[in-house]
Design a protein around this ligand. Structure first.
Ligand code: ADQ
Length: 427
């Protein structure tokens, strides 16, 4: 039996030929030491549809897989989680869809996760539930296992009460969170939205703000040789700019490309590398975002590029941590321009690759990261001219600003995040 249980939509592993490999992520890095120290386990989905997997041990951690079938994937994951909650919680960048069948399925899957957790948690154990896909789990668990201490952390923004009240199932979702001892948010603004909704009576859980961060040890800063090679391969531009995102409509990739186009119109010598990991590709809004981004890349390269010398290098795929570290270290300007983002770890990873004060960060004021990284060149991604202004400023950066941001990120890493949450939930 486990004294400490992490419950997340995904297990911290990915299926590969003949076995499993660790899926790199800050959450695993932060929780693995705690899991090992406290005889803990992880409950989650393996990522493979319709594939029941028996519990197994990986890298010193016990994993308890929850099975999802094709319909769960469609209705719980793509449907309610990513076509209802995701757009609603990101302030309606696209319209959320309200579908009764998806909701039913969301509840069913949450029941399954809660049961799986109830089975493996020791008497009086601490359970830490992660993110918007599992908001009903705390309430369900509280009924099954009143002895548990239950924490929940929301990785994405929490919307204003007026937006939240659009949800036909708002009572049930809040009931789910009311099962917690502690609900954690990325920003104080998210926590305030939640408090405005639930009030301060005895039925509502404690809440707190715990901005997530990175594991500095996992960031592989590119070597000077690798950086020089990369810069040469893109023609040693005066300014190398970089974007790194999941291909998601919340990230403002198109708006960033359009601002970059204007910068080129002004005659600035700049090259942009845009990496975009494929994401949620069966959802039409995601396909549309990809089409728009790729159309813009083609058009801008058509206008400003020449043979062997595009102005935008675009890759629609994930890259290794090592490659990513080289891109981060090589970039003079990092562009992080989401319309809304819980935190945005890319911004913090970039900063962690610039210990000496070089480089510059253009950052949306609507990313959670902007609270701590207020020394970035902040912009409003809804206003093209604002992104352009921040880009121009970032071309002549003040190194003190990057140094202060570096100190902040290194001083507030993901280990501290986990420790602060766990200390508070135990209080
Ligand atoms: P995401 O929306 O996925 O996370 P983010 O925080 O930026 O956003 O994390 C993305 C991660 O994927 C980063 O670690 C980045 O290095 C990696 N990544 C992105 N593109 C990549 C590529 N092409 N190749 C390799 N790696 C790539 C959600 C919330 C965020 C919140 C996190 C954590 O939306 O706001 O910060 O959870 O709480």
């Amino acid at each position: 039996m486990n004294e400490f249980v992490v419950v997340a939509n995904r297990l911290p592993v990915d299926r590969v030929e003949g076995g499993w490999k660790a899926s790199p992520g800050g959450l695993v890095a932060a929780l693995a030491p705690v899991l090992r120290a406290r005889a803990g386990c992880w409950v989650g989905w393996s990522g493979a549809v319709d594939e029941p997997v028996a519990p197994f041990r990986f890298d010193g951690i016990d994993l308890h897989p929850v099975t999802l079938d094709a319909q769960d994937y469609e209705e719980f994951y793509e449907g309610f989680s990513n076509s209802t909650l995701w757009p609603l919680y990101h302030d309606l960048i696209v319209a959320p869809q309200y579908n009764e069948q998806w909701w039913q399925r969301y509840r069913d899957v949450n029941v399954r996760f809660a049961r799986a957790t109830a089975e493996v948690a020791a008497q009086g154990a601490t359970v830490w539930v992660q993110d918007y896909q599992l908001q009903l789990v705390p309430g369900l668990l509280r009924e099954m296992r009143p002895d548990l201490t239950i924490g929940f952390f929301l990785h994405i923004p929490f919307p204003s009460p007026d937006l939240f009240r659009q949800l036909p199932w708002r009572e049930e979702l809040i009931g789910g969170l009311n099962g917690c001892d502690l609900v954690g948010f990325q920003r104080e603004a998210d926590e305030r939205n939640f408090r405005a909704l639930v009030g301060d009576d005895n039925n509502s859980p404690r809440s707190g703000t715990f901005p997530i961060s990175i594991d500095p040890a996992a960031v592989q800063v590119g070597s000077p040789e690798a950086v020089a090679k990369l810069r040469a391969s893109v023609g040693n531009p005066a300014a190398l700019m970089l974007g790194v995102d999941r291909m998601d409509y919340t990230k403002g990739i198109l708006q960033r490309l359009l601002a970059f186009e204007q910068l080129l119109e002004e005659g600035v010598d700049a090259t942009l590398i845009q990496l975009a990991t494929p994401s949620r590709e069966r959802i039409e809004h995601y396909r549309k975002t990809r089409r728009q981004v790729e159309e813009a890349v083609g058009r801008i390269n058509g206008r400003f590029g020449s043979v062997g010398r595009p102005v935008i290098h675009y890759m629609h795929r994930g890259v290794s941590k090592q490659e990513l570290g080289t891109f981060y270290a090589a970039a003079d300007v990092m562009l992080v321009t989401p319309f809304k983002d819980g935190m945005n770890l890319v911004a913090k990873e970039y900063v962690a690759c610039h210990p000496d004060g070089d480089g510059a960060l253009v950052l949306s004021e609507f990313a959670g990261a902007a609270v701590e990284l207020h020394d970035a060149y902040l912009c409003n991604p809804f206003e093209g001219a604002s992104i352009l202004r921040a880009m121009r400023e970032a071309l002549d950066p003040d190194p003190e600003r990057m140094r202060r941001m570096y100190a902040r990120v290194l001083g507030h890493d993901v280990h501290r995040w986990a420790a602060e949450f766990l200390q508070e939930v135990a209080r």
